[in-house]
Design a protein around this ligand. Structure first.
Ligand code: B12
Length: 174
């Protein structure tokens, strides 16, 4: 950690061939851990470094780590049945950070207690700011693999476009 205390305490591993760093996490209510280990191994196999924040991550810590790490993607997992509620709360806090506005963010697992979650919940999570929702029984790891192959590049394009708009607005006004 830096002397100012502003940097992440969890330094991403340095792998020169890495496609970038992905944050894997669950949310405050969820103590399940093997889902996170599974996702970490999968995402590492796809060529990324992973910072795994572990179980029961408080909202403030999640937002701070994502802001400090500036990851290529944020992958949220929930299996305890509170995923929809926790996800709706957390995504609005993450998207409120300017630097995370264009970062690809997905959520998946067992997001409710109904088995295959109802489609309205999936649409609401997407409308709230997730780029992908992978509910067990509806879509799964194969769909997620397809998503991760293209999403970070799209996120970078969006971030670059937003930076260009910001610069041209600053030039126009000054
Ligand atoms: C082990 C376990 C626990 C342990 C966890 C220990 C630990 N440190 O991890 C303990 C005992 C603490 C526990 C507690 C509870 N548990 Co529990 N637990 C399990 C159990 C038996 C195995 C979970 C596991 O490790 N699976 C292995 C991992 C690798 O797989 P996975 O979690 O299923 O994740 C897969 C998918 O969901 C998917 N996935 C997950 N996330 C994501 C994200 C993305 C982006 C993608 C693409 C895919 C994806 O990929 C993974 C691999 O296929 C399951 C039942 C089961 N057989 O699955 C219940 C289960 C998850 N638990 C359940 C419940 C209800 C609870 C409790 C609420 C029970 C209680 N009343 O106290 C508490 C909640 C605690 C909390 N605060 O979160 C329910 C959830 C029900 C639901 N969502 O509909 C389950 C399904 C049991 C059941 N059938 O009712 N649990």
């Amino acid at each position: 950690m830096s002397e100012s205390g502003s940097e992440s305490e969890l330094e991403p591993p340095q792998n020169e061939a890495s496609k970038g760093t992905v944050v894997v996490t669950t949310m405050a209510s969820d103590s399940h851990t093997w889902n996170l280990v599974f996702l970490q191994l999968l995402i590492e196999e796809l060529g990324y470094d992973v910072v795994n924040l572990g179980p029961c991550v408080p909202d403030d810590l999640l937002v701070r780590e994502c802001r400090d790490i500036a990851p290529e993607m944020v992958v949220i997992s929930s299996v305890n049945g509170h995923g929809y509620q926790d996800g709706m709360r957390v995504i609005s806090r993450l998207r409120a950070v300017d630097d995370l506005a264009a970062t690809p963010m997905v959520i998946g697992g067992k997001l409710g207690i109904a088995g295959g979650e109802d489609a309205a919940h999936i649409e609401e999570l997407m409308a709230a700011g997730f780029d992908g929702v992978f509910q067990d029984g509806v879509s799964g790891v194969a769909d997620f693999r397809k998503f991760i192959e293209t999403a970070p590049a799209k996120g970078r394009e969006l971030a670059a476009a937003s930076e260009r708009r910001r610069l041209s607005a600053a030039n126009a006004s000054g």
